[in-house]
Design a protein. Structure first.
Lengths: 205, 218
């Protein structure tokens, strides 16, 4: 991590030097190396290269080899292709996520998850069956996301899907089965969990 | 890039970019505007437009790299060029990276900066070969037989063979009239971080080589 940070900082300093001193003078070089002694070697080398370039100005432009341009095109289209694949994967992950798929990928069932998270099975069941209205309690959302390794996007997607495709409760004798989605708080308060657990799941982070 | 600059379409103006591409006008647009279009339209956007923009920006990068990276490297610098190009062409599509952001506002400077980075990396990790390939090509490119130009050419030819960037820098400063070492005032020794004695040895060495070069010509 420090390596990455240092590389980024080093880059910033050298690029700033590059932009501020297109034709570094002795004074420039001295100032910059004094300001950033840990980068003295790099600054001196970059200065030397800048002056090399400056000396080349006025020379006729190098003809660029066809093969370089062709390989460049190939690399460019390849980079584009990879970026397309990455963007599509990101989109798909969000779009097609359902609680079924998320839980299956994580190898979890509702009972298992409920035990793991120490949350009422009824609460969890309501969530995955589309009987829990948004917004989903932050603590529960975070806990479920963590347990099934879902991104925020995927989780929200699954919630929306569940709400749009509510699982029907048990049918009554002579009536159409109805599903009532209720708010998070109500579901938690009415669940069979202990008072202490109820308080926990109603808490904010 | 000379000639009048085309007024680049807005980054999200797909119709505008299609027109520019059809007219062959990409070379008249600033590279920054092309990068903005690429990053705005995005990898899932219009395939034909994105392909054309990517190929064009690839050419711009390569021409700049070829200009900055001389042939005094293994394989005439092609390896260094391809390495630098590889990183940059990916960054064009990554607006969240430092390069991706910099290419949007200071394209040529960033390409040049990365070129210098790659040269330095090559020097530290690779093996630089002596300028053997086609020395005369460099000389051939200079038509002017003016004496000052000849001296410049000779000097540059020699300097390009010197691997150590500190030595090259020291000699350039010497040509500008800076003293080698001094107790008061700015000196070459101060700038390159070496003793006045060492700087003196370097300069003497290079001047000797220059004399030999002139001797060869005659």
């Amino acid at each position: 991590m420090t390596d990455q940070l240092n590389a980024a900082q080093r880059d910033e300093v050298l690029f700033a030097f590059h932009q501020e001193c297109p034709r570094p003078t002795a004074d420039d070089i001295l100032q910059w190396t004094k300001r950033h002694p840990e980068l003295a070697d790099e600054i001196i080398e970059h200065a030397a290269l800048r002056l090399d370039s400056a000396a080349m100005e006025g020379e006729p432009e190098e003809e660029i080899e066809e093969v370089l341009l062709a390989r460049g095109h190939s690399r460019a289209l390849n980079a584009l292709y990879n970026a397309q694949r990455a963007a599509e994967a990101k989109g798909a992950e969000g779009e097609s996520a359902t609680f079924d798929s998320l839980m299956a990928s994580a190898g979890k069932s509702v009972p298992l998850l409920a035990r793991e998270l120490d949350v009422g099975r009824d609460v969890l069941s309501d969530l995955v069956s589309g009987r829990m209205l948004k917004p989903i309690g932050k603590r529960l959302a975070a806990a479920v996301m963590g347990a099934v390794h879902a991104s925020e996007t995927a989780f929200q997607s699954a919630v929306d899907y569940a709400l749009a495709n509510q699982r029907l409760g048990m049918a009554k004798a002579n009536r159409q089965p109805t599903v009532v989605a209720r708010p998070y708080e109500e579901i938690v308060r009415r669940s069979s969990m202990s008072d202490e657990r109820i308080a926990y799941w109603l808490g904010e982070d | 890039m000379d000639g009048e600059e085309e007024e680049s379409p807005e980054p999200d103006d797909l119709v505008g970019w299609r027109r520019v591409i059809a007219d062959g006008g990409l070379t008249r647009c600033t590279p920054e505007s092309v990068v903005a279009a690429i990053q705005t339209i995005g990898p899932l956007g219009d395939k034909r437009v994105m392909n054309a923009l990517m190929k064009h920006i690839s050419d711009v990068i390569l021409r700049k790299l070829r200009r900055v990276i001389g042939r005094n490297h293994p394989n005439e610098g092609r390896d260094i060029i391809e390495r630098a190009h590889g990183g940059l062409i990916e960054a064009v599509l990554q607006p969240e990276t430092a390069d991706g952001k910099a290419l949007l506002v200071a394209f040529m400077a960033r390409v040049h900066h990365r070129a210098n980075d790659s040269i330095r990396a090559e020097r530290l990790h690779g093996k630089r070969q002596p300028y053997g390939e086609d020395e005369t090509a460099f000389l051939r490119s200079v038509d002017d037989s003016h004496e000052a130009m000849e001296a410049h050419v000779r000097r540059e030819q020699l300097l390009r063979r010197i691997e150590d960037p500190r030595k090259r820098l020291a000699f350039r400063l010497h040509m500008e009239g800076l003293t080698k070492g001094s107790k008061k005032g700015l000196s070459i020794a101060d700038v390159v971080g070496r003793s006045a004695k060492t700087v003196g040895e370097w300069i003497a060495e290079i001047e000797e080589q220059l004399k030999e070069l002139v001797g060869d010509d005659q």
